[in-house]
Design a binder for this molecule. Structure first.
Ligand code: F0G
Length: 401
């Protein structure tokens, strides 16, 4: 059986205790498996479909899971963009192809299953959008109520639409994500809802499977894995999973974990580039990539470890660079992602241009959410459709034929 361990002071808690922060020091917890006792037969994994649940021996769920077949997302070779920036081994793992259109589903299938396993009757989260959409979906699947808190006016349309349609109680807070997270945390502690933000250690267990799948699909450990960073849960999760594979002797090296933030919201980048022991929160984060508009990332401690222990790095990209890469992915590669997702590939373009990486590296960029999540940002960048009369000559003249 696994237990929960404080990432800071090492205090240990039983797996069925509902606890999000260490009682001694207040830091976050992580799931720890008795890796020496787990026997994983590589052939058994390979015989199962590519999905979160392929790796169930390294997941905490012991009941039939609440699932919609999440994971198993495509790994695309970015041939044209790779050629243009001079990196032939450039890949994108399209997490927008999950059931609700983002990587959050990997965390929620595990997190909501754990809510059921622990006997919880309702779930909640704060969100820049995708977490709320995913929680609404999995709560519906489980048949339990969900409450989601959103920063008013700062959540992309598709994500709000999903949370509403799947039946969550949606509350918009006159404040930013960081404030919404504090509020929902208090609400969960005082009223017994199960908190499914990334401070929940079980949710990150599901997300770590992105790294497992990337290795299985690539047939080798990539030299670098690149993720957009908001609350810094996903980069921490992927690193934790890969450390487990390394301890089990299933891989023999770790990729350089590389985090990309938006220029208007880059506390993790500042901590890495200035070699600070911890992040200094930003009071007014701002970016077109609203998914990662987060000034006080709760998983920063874990993320700094992930980046530093793998010789990785963190860098920021401007909104213009993000949108330009969103268009290039869409038009050159046929891959439709939301702005935050394009940040990972935009970060690699920037590193390549500045000579900050080896051009022979095999690089997996995680593109985290689907294009349709944020239709407004798409419409704002594109020419509107040409309207013509319903006759062939008007059509031909519009097409300049
Ligand atoms: N990309 C997308 C599309 C996201 O929605 C998020 C986070 C991230 C990247 C960053 O991941 O927070 O683990 O560093 N979205 C959260 C939400 C915060 O509420 O949907 P992270």
């Amino acid at each position: 059986m696994y237990d929960l361990v404080c990432v800071h002071c090492g205090a240990v808690y039983p797996p069925d205790e509902i606890i999000y922060n260490c009682r001694s020091c207040g830091h976050l917890l992580a799931v720890r498996y008795p890796l020496g006792e787990i026997s994983i037969d590589r052939k058994t994994w390979d015989s199962r479909p590519l999905s979160v649940w392929r790796y169930r021996e390294l997941l905490p769920v012991r009941i039939p899971p609440v699932t919609l077949n999440e994971g198993g997302t495509p790994l695309y070779h970015l041939e044209k963009i790779g050629k243009e920036i001079g990196i032939p081994g450039l890949y994108a793992k399209h997490e927008g192809m999950n059931p609700s259109g983002s990587f959050k589903d990997r965390g929620m299938t595990v997190g909501v299953s754990m809510a059921m396993q622990l006997g919880k009757k309702s779930v909640a989260c704060a969100s820049t959008g995708n977490t709320s959409a995913s929680l609404a979906v999995y709560a519906a699947r489980a048949g339990i109520p969900a409450v989601v808190l959103l920063p008013a006016g700062k959540v992309a349309l598709g994500k709000v639409a999903q949370a509403l349609m799947h039946g969550a109680k949606v509350i918009s807070i006159r404040g930013n994500f960081d404030q919404a997270l504090e509020m929902v945390h208090d609400l969960c502690l005082s009223h017994g809802l199960y908190l499914l933000n990334s401070i929940n250690p079980f949710r990150l267990e599901g997300q770590k499977t992105i790294g497992f799948e990337a290795i299985d699909q690539l047939g080798q450990v990539p030299d670098r894995i690149v993720l957009p960073v908001g609350n810094a849960g996903n980069i921490s999760a992927v690193y934790k999973g890969l450390r487990e594979l390394e301890s089990l002797g299933l891989i023999d090296r770790l990729p350089m974990m590389t985090g990309v933030q938006a220029a208007g919201s880059q506390p993790v980048v500042r901590a890495i580039q200035n070699n600070l022991p911890e992040v200094i929160p930003e009071g007014n984060p701002e970016t077109v990539a609203t998914a990662i508009r987060i000034g006080a990332p709760v998983n920063a401690e874990k993320a700094l470890t992930a980046i530093r222990m793998t010789g990785g790095t963190a860098l920021s990209v401007t909104d213009a660079e993000i949108l330009s890469m969103q268009r290039d992915l869409a038009r050159l590669e046929g891959i439709g992602v939301e702005p935050a997702s394009a940040a990972s590939v935009a970060g690699i373009r920037k590193m390549a241009e500045s000579g900050l990486l080896d051009r022979d590296e095999k690089i997996v960029c995680v593109v985290t959410g689907h294009l349709l999540k944020d239709p407004e940002t798409v419409i704002n960048q594109c020419e509107p459709p040409v309207v013509v009369d319903a006759d062939i000559s008007s059509l031909l003249s519009a097409l300049q034929l």
